[in-house]
Design a protein around this ligand. Sequence first.
Ligand code: PAF
Length: 283
Amino acid sequence: MEIAKTIESIEALVKTAKVAGKRIGLVPTMGALHIGHISLIEAAKKQTEFVVVSIFVNPTQFGPGEDFEKYPRPIEDDLGICKKAGVDIVFAPTPEQIYPSENIEWVNVEKLTETLCGKSRPEHFRGVTTICARLFNIVAPDMAFFGQKDAQQTVVIKKMVADLNMPLKIVVCPTVRDSDGLAVSSRNKYLTDEQRKDATLIYKSLQKCRELIESGTVDVEPIIAQMRSILEQASSIVIEYISIVDTQTLGAINRVNGQALVAIAVKIGTARLIDNILVDANR
Ligand code: PAF
């Protein structure tokens, strides 16, 4: 496994792989790798012949007062995980490589970024689309792999790729959960043992939602009320939003007719956690 720290070196390595006829799979990450990331690497290995993992804690997607400074950066562990998973190259650039001047151009997807997490994190997705656009241009992958856990991120990135005719396919992989249902996240590390137990209520309330919809409840308001009462069982949980939205526009809906995205964001202690499921009322 090679480690590329500069744009020039990653470009040269990818070029050699492309000349050899290999398709390039990119797994963009901020490090602190866990089984969710490993599942993305595995998907990339199945669908492409040359896998690049980028590790870059992207400052522009953190808002003021968020966890940029304390975000975990266990680079040696991450490199070990990548090596074991059979990654071809880790691209781990410095911030200066990626953002050589303060006046970089932003790539911004409007509307889709104004709802759900965009309400409390108004500049977050602009940071995500900007870094992803830069990574896509530098690595020139045939496919890039993202987790369904960040549902809004996947919709926003797909829109950017479609509207800007970026020549790659976005592959969305299922959310990986611990055995008690909690979605795996680098931010679960911030939870105390007690908070970790409380966090299982997030998936419980999503399961309740699925149960209600599959048994014929279609009005969103009573469903959200029941989900809320599950989350309120733990006083440590501060609900940011519980939303049932259209899977494409991310706009709120009143009744679930076909497919819908059910998304939750909460704060537990210092951790802000998100999770979601896709539901289908016609099932
Ligand atoms: O999902 C993440 O870890 C980040 O938002 C990403 C896509 C690596 C961009 O920094």
